[in-house]
Ligand binder design. Structure first.
Ligand SMILES: Cc1cc2nc3c(=O)[nH]c(=O)nc-3n(C[C@H](O)[C@H](O)[C@H](O)COP(=O)(O)O)c2cc1C
Length: 321
């Protein structure tokens, strides 16, 4: 089974990817996907985007940059810029549920304009300078949209089709719609990757049992909550609190080196704890201290106290809010 690390905007930038790879990912993650890049009129890639995707910052990892657009020219120009940076495959985001994205007909907001979607791909797939993979939801409003989408996607040869089986209207609520996923999996001419709510080894095993011929899965929030999850899936012992401590310290130091100030670093590490605290029993008090921390020292105190005093919940995994 190939295992992919999902793109998580604001979290899985190159700093996180590198520190994660060093501590937990080596030999276990087949591909990392970058958070989305939105094509611009003139500068095809911003300094921040170039930093994220530059080969120097992604050594030893298989990385696929992601583009978010519904515009053929923007896609092709950005794909070309990514090719010039050394990439041979890009991913198109057809899943983002954010209001500001959907209102522009991008992300999952592109899924119900099937005529435009088909036209977009008929041009893109003829002219693209690199291979294209897609990451989609099962529809914008209704799970049944998956049938038309499968028919359209079957006209094109994508590198792969990553499916998160929710509709846009679900955002991250409700549970993945496995009937819709099964339909796509059985009818797709492109190879399919499953993505959604794999938060424990048990969740992973369930997918493997239900889809014996599936050969790739993508995990996101479950790995942010439990960085050791993919190791466990590969049969390694669970992450220890010590493992997590060293990972977090290296991550903090790398952020301190790269970001503009303590406030930025604090914001990043607090965001991670929103996921990781769900792994612990009784983390409430320290999690509140982490959330309220105004300095890195205060954060570090609260984080160390949490790790000293709270244990992992048995079979813990990310718990969606
Ligand atoms: C904070 C956050 C940021 C995300 N950013 C992206 C993104 O940039 N591109 C994308 O395709 N999906 C993005 N996603 C969706 C994830 O890649 C993934 O499809 C989703 O979380 C479901 O997988 P999971 O249940 O394993 O987390 C994001 C999700 C979250 C929660």
């Amino acid at each position: 089974m190939k295992i992919y690390f999902a793109p998580l905007e604001g979290i899985t930038g190159y700093i996180y990817r590198n520190i994660y790879e060093n501590h937990f990912g080596k030999g276990r993650i087949d591909k990392y996907f970058t958070p989305f890049i939105v094509p611009k009129e003139k500068t095809f890639l911003t300094t921040k985007e170039i930093k994220d995707i530059s080969m120097d910052h992604n050594q030893g990892m298989e990385v696929v940059p992601q583009i978010l657009t519904n515009d053929v020219r923007g896609f092709l120009q950005t794909a070309q810029a990514l090719k010039e940076q050394g990439y041979d495959t890009v991913n198109l985001n057809l899943g983002c549920p954010a209001g500001t994205v959907v209102s522009k007909g991008r992300g999952s907001g592109f899924l119900n304009d099937t005529k435009k979607l088909d036209e977009f791909f008929s041009q893109v797939m003829e002219q693209t300078p690199v291979k294209v993979s897609i990451k989609t939801r099962i529809g914008k409003e209704f799970p049944g949209e998956i049938e038309d989408l499968t028919e359209i996607f079957n006209k094109y040869k994508f590198e792969e089709w990553i499916i998160h089986p929710r509709v846009r209207e679900d955002f991250y609520k409700n549970t993945p719609n496995m009937n819709a996923f099964t339909y796509a999996f059985e009818h797709s001419k492109n190879t399919v990757c499953y993505n959604g709510d794999i938060f424990t080894v048990g969740d992973y095993q369930k997918i493997v049992q239900e889809y014996p011929s599936l050969d790739k899965v993508m995990l996101g929030r479950g790995v942010v909550a439990n960085p050791g999850l993919i190791g466990e899936i590969h049969g390694n012992p669970p992450m220890t609190k010590d493992d997590l401590y060293h990972f977090l310290n290296d991550l903090r130091d790398a952020y301190l080196e790269e970001l503009s100030g303590e406030k930025d670093v604090l914001f990043r590490v607090k965001e991670l704890w929103a996921y990781m605290q769900t792994m612990f029993d009784e983390p409430k008090k320290d999690w509140k201290r982490i959330r309220k921390a105004q300095t890195l020292d205060a954060y570090q105190d609260a984080m160390e106290h949490l790790l000293e005093t709270c244990g992992f919940v048995e079979n813990a995994g990310f718990i969606a809010p």
